[in-house]
Write a protein that binds this ligand. Structure first.
Ligand code: AGP
Length: 595
């Protein structure tokens, strides 16, 4: 969702900000804007659609300080006027925001009675007018921002550039904000990836912390916005081999990221038994273990819970981060939550963790984005190390995180090395698969399936046991990119209602591992087949019941890991067949930082 990028330094701020905004594109946005301060005041350009090489960009003045924003509309339609940054009425400052002002209607009504005029439909404009209102009783912008910010409800992060161009301010609550430091330069942004090509030195901000940066003496100060006290801060270093966002000759990030899984599953299990030791001890000591996440990360959380129960025989419950209501009552300080997230900034998951943390629950996390909020609030932090995942639909983060969950489960029963060896073996199989002619043969199959599926609207995916969450995630993946109705079920559910939906030619994708549920799965396939379904079988062995067979790599321990890849490929090829954009599906944002 919305992205913030501010820069002050010796370089051309316009180019640095545009580049930074492009590196934030993956979060999802529908419009964008840049404000640059120069001796003639602040120049703003705002546009609907993708950041391109617009002529206007060249018309921007040379400047050493500016702010930029990518907007994912929440309040007010997608338009130039609603895009950020927003000017104050007297054009003395501009504001950009990430978040939602939950009390914006109440604030707006009060501000209208005080004669403030509104020109946009955004909740952001309330912040601008509120700062103007506070400036009636102080001529100090810093104080006015502080006073306005504490009146806002909700998760909000703002950045403010005054016309003087001599300073820049930003305040964080909930929505992410990090600072990048280089010699004579500062970057203020929603994530470290956006400036990771400039510097690896970062400062992480906590909620209700405010930055004031003065260009004259390159002075950075951080304050607590509630009491105005100055805060001492520390720099950290980010791993810079994880900041490359080049598409490397692929047509789309999605296919690049699908191919990368041969490596990323290996990177995710680079944790020694010593590094896992504290978490293992915490799990063994805990009263109850929960896993939590949303969307794909929620399915990964479900799969990790499955491995912990099935392999390590631990009592684990998977939760959806947006639906923990009844668990609030029973969380206690002997519990442990394992949070799963690609971005580490998902508002639903952060809120669930905050609630649990207040009850004394210990937090562990497996997150892809280093330095993110979820990582920083965790007692035990693990990175899935998949590198930047740019495609909105998550692929490599999912398989990396379930590989890590498998490693954890196996380590709990003394089989750490077996787990690593197995992931390496699968990685090698995938490497051979993607490199060999076999893939080009199956690419034809995927393209064929895409053609057959293009005219259908409803599809069903069946899995069981280790493949239950794979069925759910497989269906979600295809929904996201094709906008078609794919529904994942446990094969066990079929006879209890779902079978009523099967008619002649209904497409059903069945995931069949060579495990204790193979016979159940084949019975389910026979039942849908008897009612005329068109069956696609994903398995390591063909079967006469399948109309189309997609071979998948076999693993005795973690067969489910390889079964998701055909869904990612069907999603990609069907999306293309339908003329959709695989990397930027409609309505979706990569990082869901609002509720
Ligand atoms: C996955 O394809 C989606 N983009 C979405 O479901 C995502 O997994 C979910 O919003 C959670 O995001 P997170 O992993 O960044 O926490």
């Amino acid at each position: 969702m919305c992205g913030i990028f501010g820069y002050a330094g010796k370089k051309d701020a316009g180019s640095v900000i545009i580049e930074g905004l492009k590196r934030l594109e993956y979060r999802g946005y529908d419009s964008w804007g840049v404000a640059l301060a120069s001796k003639d005041g602040i120049e703003v350009i705002k546009k609907v659609g993708a950041i391109g090489d617009f002529e206007e960009l060249e018309k921007l003045p040379f400047s050493n300080i500016g702010i930029g924003h990518t907007r994912w509309a929440t309040h007010g339609g997608v338009s130039n006027v609603n895009a950020h940054p927003h000017f104050s009425a007297d054009k003395s400052f501009v504001v950009a925001q990430n978040g939602i002002v939950e009390n914006y209607q109440e604030l707006k009504n009060t501000l209208i009675t005080k004669n403030h005029k509104f020109i946009t439909e955004t909740d952001t404009e309330v912040i601008v007018r509120l700062i103007e209102e506070k400036l009636k009783s102080t001529d100090n912008l810093f104080d006015a921002i502080k006073k306005a910010f504490v009146d806002l409800k909700g998760r909000n992060t703002i950045i403010i550039l005054p016309t003087s161009g001599k300073e820049v301010y930003a305040v964080r609550n909930g929505s992410p904000l990090v600072i990048g430091i280089a010699q004579g330069e500062i970057f203020i942004a929603s994530d470290t990836l956006s400036f990771g090509n400039h510097t690896n030195r970062v400062i992480y901000l906590n909620n209700y912390e405010m930055i004031a940066y003065k260009t004259e003496n390159e002075q950075l100060d951080i304050y607590n916005v509630n009491n105005g006290n100055k805060i001492s801060y520390q720099e950290s270093l980010i791993e810079q081999d994880n900041v490359d966002i080049e598409i490397q000759g692929h047509d789309h990030y999605m296919i690049k990221e699908i191919f990368e899984q041969k490596d990323t599953i290996r990177n995710a299990v680079q944790y020694s038994i010593e590094e896992l030791h504290d978490l293992i001890e915490a799990i063994n000591k805990s009263n109850h273990v929960y896993t939590v996440g949303a969307g794909t990360a929620g399915f990964a959380a479900g799969q990790i819970a499955y491995y912990l129960r099935k392999i390590a025989k631990i009592n684990v419950t998977e939760l959806k981060s947006y639906d923990i209501d009844s668990y609030k009552e029973i969380f206690c300080d002997k519990d442990l939550i394992i949070a799963v997230s690609q971005s580490g900034e998902t508002a639903d998951t952060i809120e669930a963790l905050e609630i649990a943390k207040n009850k004394g629950v210990k937090i562990a996390s497996i997150v892809n984005m280093q330095g993110s909020t979820i990582t920083r609030i965790s007692d035990y932090q693990f990175l899935s190390r998949s590198g930047p995942e740019i495609c909105v639909a998550s692929t490599k983060a999912f398989t990396a995180q379930i590989s890590w969950g498998f490693l954890l489960a196996m380590s709990l029963v003394g089989k750490h090395d077996d787990a690593v060896n197995e992931i390496y073996r699968i990685s090698e199989m995938l490497e051979n698969y993607f490199r060999s002619k076999k893939f080009f043969k199956s690419e034809k199959v995927f393209k064929e399936i895409a053609k057959n599926f293009a005219n259908k609207e409803h599809f069903f995916v069946l899995g069981k046991g280790q493949n239950y969450y794979i069925a759910l995630e497989g269906a979600l993946k295809i929904k996201e990119i094709t906008y078609k109705h794919f529904e994942g079920f446990s094969a066990g559910e079929l006879k209890h209602g779902v079978i009523a939906l099967i008619e002649k030619e209904t497409p059903v994708i069945a995931i069949i591992s060579d495990d204790e549920y193979k016979e159940d799965m084949l019975s389910a396939v026979a039942q849908v087949k008897a009612r005329g379904a068109f069956v696609v079988g994903i398995s390591d062995q063909d079967n006469q019941l399948f109309n189309t067979f997609i071979p998948s790599c076999k693993s005795d321990y973690i067969d489910s890991l390889t079964k998701i890849i055909p869904f990612q490929l069907i999603s990609y090829y069907l999306g293309i067949q339908l003329g959709n954009s695989p990397d930027k599906p409609r309505n979706l944002a990569k990082s869901v930082t609002v509720k």
